[in-house]
Design a protein around this ligand. Structure first.
Ligand code: ADP
Length: 494
């Protein structure tokens, strides 16, 4: 097969385009960093024009690399989820800043809805919880606070990032795929449709929402002038669902963890949705030919962003990669623990206003101990998720890992040691982009089904647990008391 696949991977910190051969081989990539705006504590915004312009520039670079659009079978899009964009249907121009998934401005809205007893219906219909993380409360807040949105009248459109990119690429198609729609808290994930009652709850008029589609299929072609030739858009999925596909988690119980800005564990549960009793999310993994496949998901808000914070705010490291040698340079954590609740705690705690702590410091603690504690926090947060999944009857037997952080082999081994299961790191860790390529290849008819497209995934390295139980238990006990102090201080403040 000589057909190439173009993937647009619009992440939180950067937007990237990648070119793949039909067998999964990466042929090239182009990337632009995105500007992060923090207008107030707890608020995170992106410029949607920048998202579009950088995505287009990166995609154009890859079309050129492919020798023109005629050599590209299809486009797959994957994206930061939950982030919302409002735009004008006539012009495609954004009407306000994009409110990013990390943004906590709607914490009090969610708390009020919780107090009023609405969480049960949200969880029942959407598989999610009442947390500012999800798009619904963000959309409601923006409509209430930004008058230009109301003034746009019938020209107002809203969508998550893939929806906006498709709108711009096609010159006006307003769709969203089921995996992204599942993250808005506005969709009934059992029937795959927007839910009128939830839309009313969050103050979202249904007319401004996109149409929900499959994750794979021939959706539309790019409009004239976008590339040198029209290219079919054939794949769409939220980044974590795309990574689940890219890791070929197609058997019930297959589980992956992606360590990027945040960390996200998804465990495939088949075509039947599972309900969690332990504050784990239930979500749509993907929808193909109208059939929905489900996953359980644990979302950790702070992962690689902790390394960025150590680098940019504290100046403790020059690069994230340096953390590996620093962690290795000391024998243990010297009692230092970091609870990285810099933007609240996600699963399984869900405390939007919990704040981070570095505990156990003594005069013998060094920079290396603190950096090591930061990496160790990834293992502890993942272990907390594993316990919650296990309590829901969905324990993991093995974990497939990916994302920018897993370049760190020390961290990968620490994960295996603390989780006490094998941890599998593919050679090609850009599984998010690979998953989108698989969906786009399937949609273009290059493969008959997703299982066959899985041959695009490469094998990799397995990290085997090598820590004794006593050391593991001692470390987990230290973590639990560090977390408890963060949760207690929150209760004390409240
Ligand atoms: P995203 O897709 O969320 O933008 P990536 O998957 O590209 O994120 O991962 C980037 C993150 O990984 C950054 O936050 C960076 O700090 C972190 N990172 C990159 N390399 C390493 C490393 N060797 N050790 C620890 N963290 C790393």
């Amino acid at each position: 097969m000589t057909e190439k696949i173009l993937v647009i991977d619009e992440g939180t910190t950067s937007t990237r385009a990648m070119l793949f051969a039909a067998d999964g081989q990466e042929l090239g990539s182009a990337q632009h960093a995105l500007t992060q705006n923090y207008p107030e504590p707890g608020r995170v915004e992106h410029d949607a024009s920048e998202i579009w312009e950088y995505s287009l520039a990166a995609a154009r670079a890859m079309v050129e690399k492919a020798g023109g659009g005629a050599n590209i079978a299809s486009i797959g899009i994957t994206n930061q989820r939950e982030t919302i964009i409002f735009w004008n249907r006539q012009t495609g121009e954004p009407l306000c800043p994009a409110i990013v998934w990390q943004d906590r401005r709607t914490a009090s809205i969610c708390d009020n809805l919780k107090t009023e007893g609405h969480e049960a219906v949200v969880q029942q219909r959407t598989g999610l919880l009442l947390d500012p993380y999800f798009s619904g409360s963000k959309i409601g807040w923006a409509l209430e606070h930004w008058p230009q949105l109301r003034e746009a009248g019938d020209n107002l459109a809203v969508g998550t990032v893939e929806s906006y990119l498709v709108f711009r690429l096609t010159g006006g198609l307003h769709i969203t795929d089921a995996s992204n729609a599942a993250r808005t808290a506005l969709m009934d994930i059992d029937n795959g449709r927007w839910d009128a009652e939830l839309c009313a709850l969050f103050g979202v008029p249904m007319g401004i929402l996109p149409e929900i589609t499959d994750c794979s299929g021939r959706f539309a072609e790019t409009a004239e002038g976008i590339f040198d030739a029209p290219i079919a858009i054939c794949g769409m999925a939220g980044d974590q669902q795309a990574a689940t596909i890219g890791q070929a988690c197609f058997e019930e119980g297959d589980t992956k963890a992606t360590y990027g800005t945040g960390a996200f564990v998804l465990s495939y549960t088949g075509v039947k949705r599972r309900h969690s009793a332990h504050r784990i999310l239930s979500t749509i993994g993907w929808q193909i030919d109208g059939e929905r496949h489900y996953a359980l998901e644990g979302s950790v808000f702070v992962a690689g962003s902790l390394m960025q914070w150590l680098r940019d705010q504290l100046g403790m490291i020059v690069s994230a990669g340096e953390s590996e040698a620093l962690a290795q340079s000391v024998a243990d954590n010297a009692g230092v623990y970091i609870v990285p609740a810099l933007s609240g705690l996600g699963a399984p705690y869900w405390q939007a206003d919990a704040r981070a702590a570095i505990s156990g410091l003594s005069f013998s603690a060094t920079k290396a101990h603190i950096v090591r504690a930061a990496l160790e926090a990834m293992s502890y947060q993942t272990a907390d998720l594993k316990s919650a999944f296990a309590a829901d009857g969905a324990d993991w037997k093995r974990l497939r890992i990916d994302g920018g952080m897993v370049a760190n082999s020390w961290m990968s081994q620490d994960l295996a040691d603390i989780l006490a299961i094998e941890v599998d790191r593919p050679q090609f860790v850009e599984t998010t982009a690979l998953g989108a390529a698989m969906l786009a290849a399937l949609g273009a008819g290059l493969y008959p089904d997703l299982g066959s497209a899985a041959q695009m995934r490469t094998g990799g390295q397995v990290f085997t647990p090598a820590m004794d139980d006593a050391s593991r238990n001692a470390r987990m006990a230290g973590w639990r008391s560090a977390v408890a102090s963060v949760l207690t201080s929150k209760q004390g403040a409240g």
